[in-house]
Design a protein around this ligand. Structure first.
Ligand code: CP3
Length: 333
């Protein structure tokens, strides 16, 4: 049994697997070197050899239980023909969403555009370094992708007033996103992904009244789809107002919690396996503090199926030594 499946399927509380959101990334000098030589981020994601190499970089350094494929949630709009670029010190910049153009894209075009991503997953999942680890595939949740595709950049703290103005268009786009997310998920699984994580990074922007339409229903459809392929699915509806309701409605195999939540409360009212929680900023402090905070999570969840992870992606300024310390603290527990 793969380490994450012990928690996700067997609900084993005797073992806390660990992996780290954004584990393949800018805090690693070996990633920054490759990144410098490859200024086009999308092309880097589509380079199967480099994507494979970057995915394995953290596993060569640290004792982690899973590889997460080096790619991005914005490969979906890219696969649909929307322009996606990453600008230094700004983040993603998308081109105009053209409904006519996107409506003409079919499953074959989409899969052809992203086939290097799938080849990289295959290469990773067949490598001996992951033979006793999980290979995590991932997607953005429909809502978060909708935000990027319409807003064309990260929305910061709130949406523009007129975001929901063209309701017809929004609902059309949501259905297209959902259709292609299923294809993207299936392709990842067919090439060796054995856990799927759904990132809903902007779920926290919505009012509670809008959650069913934009978060619960589309995510539930995806969760059911992943389950139908017999693969466990982890959801991360970041900064959502009501994690309990989300779990009861969407029923993922595990829920990733963000660092604003009180884990003592979560353990009381969430029945399903939990992942994550530690504030990534703790990795910028010192060893003693890291140990104290890490043990806090492990203690609170000691009788609950729990995968160790952070409450958001690791920060670029993190010293890799602190990740090494973190994995050791979790292993020694
Ligand atoms: O976790 C991993 O190591 C796997 C790879 C991965 C990346 N992005 C690589 C990446 C994953 C799982 C993601 C998910 C992702 N991408 C999310 C959801 C998680 C979250 O952080 O909320 C979102 C919202 C995106 C969109 C995105 N991609 C943004 C906003 C940015 C720029 C700012 C940032 O956080 O880096 C990216 C770029 C990106 N994706 C980088 C990496 C390693 C940095 C690229 C670089 O400039 O070198």
């Amino acid at each position: 049994m793969k380490p994450l499946n012990r928690v996700l399927i067997e609900k084993d509380t005797s073992y806390n697997p660990i992996w780290i959101m954004r584990q393949a990334g800018r805090y690693l000098p070996e990633f920054r070197k490759i990144r410098k030589e490859n200024p086009d981020f999308i092309n880097l994601c589509l380079n199967e050899n480099l994507s494979f190499e970057i995915t394995l970089q953290p596993l060569k350094r640290f004792d982690l239980d899973a590889a997460i494929i080096f790619s991005d949630i914005l490969m979906l709009p890219y696969g649909l023909g929307q322009k996606v670029e990453f600008e230094k010190n700004f983040g993603p910049k998308l081109g105009k969403f053209d409904l006519n153009k996107v409506s003409k894209v079919d499953q074959i075009d989409f899969t052809a555009k992203l086939h290097k991503v799938y080849k990289a997953i295959k290469k990773v999942s067949e490598d001996s370094i992951v033979s006793d680890k999980n290979t995590i595939g991932f997607v953005g949740a429909p809502w978060t992708l909708l935000v990027y595709m319409i807003n064309k950049q990260s929305p910061k703290k709130q949406l523009k007033q007129n975001f929901f103005e063209d309701n017809f268009l929004i609902n059309r786009i949501l259905l297209i996103i959902e259709k292609f997310l299923k294809i993207h998920i299936k392709n990842q699984i067919e090439n060796g992904a054995n856990v799927i994580q759904i990132f809903d990074s902007w779920a926290g922007l919505l009012d509670e009244k809008d959650l069913p339409n934009y978060v619960y229903t589309p995510t539930l459809n995806l969760v059911n789809y992943v389950k139908s392929l017999n693969v466990p699915v982890i959801c991360f509806p970041r900064e959502i107002k009501n994690y309990k309701e989300f779990c009861e409605v969407v029923k993922p195999d595990a829920i990733n919690i963000d660092y604003n939540l009180n884990p003592k409360e979560i353990v009381k009212y969430i029945q399903i396996p939990v992942q994550g929680g530690l504030d990534p900023k703790i990795l910028l402090t010192d060893y003693e503090n890291l140990k104290k905070e890490t043990l806090k999570y492990l203690e609170i969840f000691k009788d609950h199926p729990y995968i160790f992870n952070l409450g958001h992606g690791i920060l670029p300024e993190t010293n890799p030594m602190m990740v090494e310390n973190l994995t050791k603290i979790v292993r020694d527990f």
